[in-house]
Design a protein. Structure first.
Length: 556
C-alpha cells in the first residue's frame, strides 16, 4: 500500500535516509510496513507520567505484532500538582501548545504513518487530541492511568486533601504534624491525580470523543491489566493506519457534544471546557462553542459521585464499571448520539458490553442523580462580555452577591487567605492571571483549597481571568474574558464594589461604571520580555475560544 513514510524510505533517492535508519536496527521489512510514532510524555518529575516509559514497552510490542515499526519520541510535561501556586504554574497551559507542536513536528517531519500518544498529566492529554485534530493522521491516545488512593486514618486521600490540609493548618484546625502525615500518605505511587480532576476528566473526554478505545483509559496506572491494554492499543494504531481512520472523521460536533455531556454528568474539571474548545478549533469543527457547555450542564444531571465534590475516586469508578457504565447510562437515557471511534466500531457498539458491579453506588441512575444539573455554567455580563465559566461541583448555590476584594496576583491573595484575612460574603477577584497577562492562565487550587480548609468555600465567591484545578470546588468562576491584560472589565473592579452572580440568569455584573473607569487605560507591561513565555503571551487567544496559539479556526 502507498504510505506516508514512503517519502523517507522509498526509491533510490532515499538511500541515505535508509542508511541512517539501518543504523537504528531497521531493515527492508521495516521499510515495507507502516512506521508508527510512539510519542511519549514520560518524565519522572512527579507520579503522573513516571511509568509511561514502562507502558511504552507493551505498546511497541503490539505495534510490531501488527506489522508496524515503532519509533520513539518524547516531549516535555509540566506537573500541575507540583507547580501549583508557584511561578512555574505559568508553564502548565503553555506546555499544552509545546507538546501539541512537538507531536506535529515529530510525526510530520519524519513522514510517519501513524502515532500513538502516551499521556498522563493534565495538559498532555488535550495536547494529544489537538495534535491529532491538526495533523489528521491516524492515531490513538492512551492514558497512563490514575493513581491509587492514599490512606490516612482510614480515609482515602488524593492530592486535593493535601491542598485542603494546608488551609486547615493555617486556620489552626490541624497542626503541622497532622499536615505532614497527610502529605506523606496522599500519593502512594505512579499515576495521575485520583479524582475527576483535569487528567481523569480529559481521559474520559478522549474516550467519548472516540480517540481512545473504550475502557483503556480507565485502567489505573499500576493495575495488572494496564500492560495488556497498552499492547492492544499498539495493535490498534497499526489497524487505524491500514484502515485509514482519520481523526477528523472522528472529532465532530457530535462527538464533542458526547464528550461534554459525559463530563457534565461526572461534574468534571472546568479545564475540559478550555481543552475541548481547543480541540474543536484544531479540527476546524463548526458550531461548537462555549455556550454549548451551559446548555449541556442545565440539562444533564450529575450521576457520577466523584471528587472533588463527591465521595469517590477514579479507581472506584473503574471498579464500578468505568466510562462504559457512564456511557450506558447516557445511552439508556437518550442523552448522547452514536459516533465513530478509533476501533472502527461505533461508540454505542463500544459501550454495548459495559458491565456494572453489583451494589456499586459510584454511578447513579438519572432518576436518582447526585445533583439535578451539571457541574458548570457559562455566564456573561458587564464583568465578562465574552463569557466566563462557573464551577458548580461540590455545592448547590446558584446565586451569590457580595463585596469585591481585589488582588493583582494569586500570591497576593493566597497570603491574605493564609493570614485569615478573608471574610464570609467576600467576592475575591484575582486578575492579571489570564492566558496573556499571566501569562499561562495559572490555576488557583492553592487559594481554593485553603478556603475549603478554612470552611469558607460555601461562604465566599472567587472570580479570576485565570483557571481552576479540577480539584477546586466552591463558588468559583474562571476564564473571565476579555482578560485584564487586554483591558477586560475585570481590570477596573475596585475593592468595595458590589458583585452579583446569578447562574440561572447567566449573568455576572458589578454595581459600578466600569466603562468610565476604563478611559485612559494602557496595557500593562509584559511580565516576560523574551523567551517562551513572551512568545506565548504574544500569540495566545481568548480563553473563550480555548486559549490556543495556532491561529484558531473561527467557528460560526
Amino acid at each position: 500500500m502507498s504510505k506516508r513514510s514512503d517519502a523517507i524510505v522509498k526509491g533510490p533517492s532515499r538511500a541515505a535516509a535508509r542508511a541512517m535508519l539501518r543504523a537504528t536496527g531497521m531493515d527492508d521489512e521495516n521499510f515495507e510496513g507502516p512506521m508508527i510514532a510512539v510519542f511519549n510524555t514520560w518524565t519522572n518529575m512527579g507520579p503522573c507520567n513516571m511509568d509511561l516509559d514502562k507502558l511504552a514497552v507493551p505498546v511497541r510490542a503490539g505495534i510490531r505484532a501488527a506489522g508496524g515499526t515503532p519509533v520513539d519520541f518524547n516531549s516535555i510535561a509540566v506537573s500541575d500538582g507540583i507547580t501549583m501556586g508557584s511561578e512555574g504554574m505559568r508553564a502548565s497551559l503553555m506546555s499544552r501548545e509545546v507538546i501539541c507542536d512537538s507531536i506535529e513536528l515529530a510525526v510530520k517531519g519524519h513522514s510517519l504513518d501513524g502515532v500513538i500518544i502516551l499521556v498522563a498529566c493534565d495538559k498532555t492529554i488535550p495536547a494529544a487530541g489537538m495534535a491529532l485534530a491538526r495533523m489528521n493522521i491516524p492515531g490513538v491516545v492512551l492514558y497512563g492511568g490514575s493513581i491509587m488512593p492514599g490512606n490516612h486514618k482510614g480515609k482515602d486521600l488524593s492530592v486535593q486533601d493535601v491542598f485542603e490540609a494546608v488551609g486547615a493548618c493555617a486556620a489552626g484546625i490541624i497542626d503541622d504534624a497532622e499536615l505532614k502525615e497527610i502529605e506523606k500518605a496522599a500519593c502512594p505511587g505512579a499515576g495521575a491525580c485520583g479524582g475527576q480532576f483535569t487528567a481523569n476528566s480529559m481521559a474520559m473526554a478522549m474516550t467519548f470523543l472516540g480517540l481512545s478505545p473504550m475502557g483503556a483509559n480507565d485502567v489505573p496506572a499500576v493495575h495488572e491489566d494496564k500492560n495488556d491494554s497498552a499492547y492492544k492499543a499498539g495493535q490498534l494504531v497499526v489497524d487505524c493506519v491500514k484502515e485509514n481512520r482519520l481523526p477528523r472523521d472522528i472529532i465532530t460536533k457530535n462527538s464533542l457534544m458526547n464528550a461534554a455531556i459525559a463530563l457534565s454528568a461526572t461534574a468534571a474539571s472546568t479545564n475540559a471546557i478550555l481543552h475541548l474548545l481547543a480541540i474543536a478549533s484544531e479540527a476546524e469543527v463548526d458550531g461548537f462553542d462555549i455556550d454549548a457547555f451551559d446548555e449541556i450542564s442545565r440539562t444533564t444531571p450529575v450521576i457520577g459521585d466523584l471528587k472533588p465534590g463527591g465521595k469517590y475516586m477514579a479507581f472506584d469508578l473503574y471498579a464500578a464499571g468505568g466510562s462504559g457504565l457512564i456511557g450506558k447510562r447516557l445511552i439508556d437515557d437518550g442523552r448522547i448520539d452514536d459516533s465513530p471511534t478509533v476501533t472502527g466500531r461505533s461508540l454505542f457498539n463500544e459501550i454495548l458490553n459495559a458491565s456494572e458491579t453489583e451494589g456499586q453506588d459510584v454511578v447513579r441512575e438519572f432518576s436518582d442523580p447526585v445533583k439535578s444539573r451539571g457541574g458548570y455554567g457559562i455566564l456573561y455580563g458587564d464583568l465578562a462580555p465574552e463569557g466566563c465559566v462557573v464551577k458548580l461541583a461540590g455545592h448547590g448555590a446558584l446565586f451569590f452577591e457580595g463585596i469585591a476584594r481585589v488582588f493583582e496576583s494569586e500570591e497576593e491573595c493566597f497570603e491574605v487567605v493564609q493570614n485569615n484575612g478573608i471574610n464570609k460574603g467576600d467576592v475575591i477577584i484575582i486578575r492579571g492571571e489570564g492566558p496573556c497577562g499571566g501569562p499561562g492562565m495559572r490555576e488557583m487550587l492553592g487559594v481554593t483549597a485553603a478556603l475549603v480548609g478554612q470552611d469558607l468555600a460555601d461562604h465566599v465567591a472567587l472570580i479570576t481571568d485565570g483557571r481552576f484545578s479540577g480539584a477546586s470546588y466552591g463558588f468559583v468562576i474562571g476564564h473571565v474574558a476579555p482578560e485584564s491584560a487586554h483591558g477586560g472589565p475585570i481590570a477596573f473592579v475596585k475593592d468595595g464594589d458590589k458583585v452579583t452572580i446569578d447562574v440561572e440568569a447567566r449573568t455576572i455584573n458589578v454595581d459600578a461604571d466600569l466603562k468610565a473607569r476604563a478611559k485612559g487605560w494602557t496595557p500593562p507591561k509584559p511580565k516576560y520580555p523574551n523567551g517562551a513565555y513572551a512568545k506565548y503571551a504574544k500569540l495566545v487567544g481568548s480563553a473563550s475560544k480555548g486559549a490556543v496559539t495556532s491561529f484558531p479556526f473561527e467557528s460560526n
